[in-house]
Design a protein around this ligand. Structure first.
Ligand code: SF4
Length: 158
């Protein structure tokens, strides 16, 4: 079997997915500062649906600026897939400075493509990853952006 087929032969999770990805789940909440974001990973016990989570986000904010979602990896359907694996996970493991000494607890390690391909070194850097960063980002204060609301419509796709 070729490397490409092997890398596509099981269902991996993408740890930096759009909120409307296949089987999307909340992975974490982005705290910290724009210069030094710090993802706090949600516990396995949180079973809110993505729609319920998005209902708490100001509809003018792209959810992936302040939240991390996991979803089923699209393999060759994703621009980050280079035929052998995920370029993004590999670059994060190689190029980013570690954010911690130990892998953070997260709820997808068994299926995470970044972990499967790079081992714990990518986990040490994962909490610095924000899925969507815009030029005019004003990520803080996060608490003001995530408002208590029952709005569930007009969510921007991310
Ligand atoms: S901490 Fe590791 S296993 Fe968890 S999402 Fe990040 S890279 Fe994947």
């Amino acid at each position: 079997m070729s490397d490409t087929l092997k890398s596509e032969s099981r269902d991996y999770s993408c740890p930096s997915a759009p909120s409307n990805g296949e089987d999307a789940q909340l992975l974490g909440v982005v705290l910290g500062t724009p210069e030094k974001p710090e993802v706090v990973y949600v516990s396995r016990d949180v079973d809110a649906s993505v729609d319920e989570v998005l209902g708490q986000v100001d509809p003018t904010i792209l959810p992936t600026r302040i939240l991390r979602f996991s979803a089923r990896c699209q393999n060759g359907g994703c621009a980050q897939f280079d035929g052998h694996g995920c370029r993004l996970g590999r670059d994060i493991a190689k190029l980013m400075a570690p954010a911690s000494d130990t892998p953070p607890p997260c709820n997808i390690r068994k299926s995470c493509r970044w972990y499967a391909e790079n081992g714990p070194s990518v986990c040490l850097r994962c909490s610095r990853v924000v899925t969507t960063v815009t030029a005019s980002d004003e990520l803080m204060p996060i608490a003001e952006m995530v408002k208590a609301s029952d709005q569930t419509s007009a969510q921007p796709a991310a």
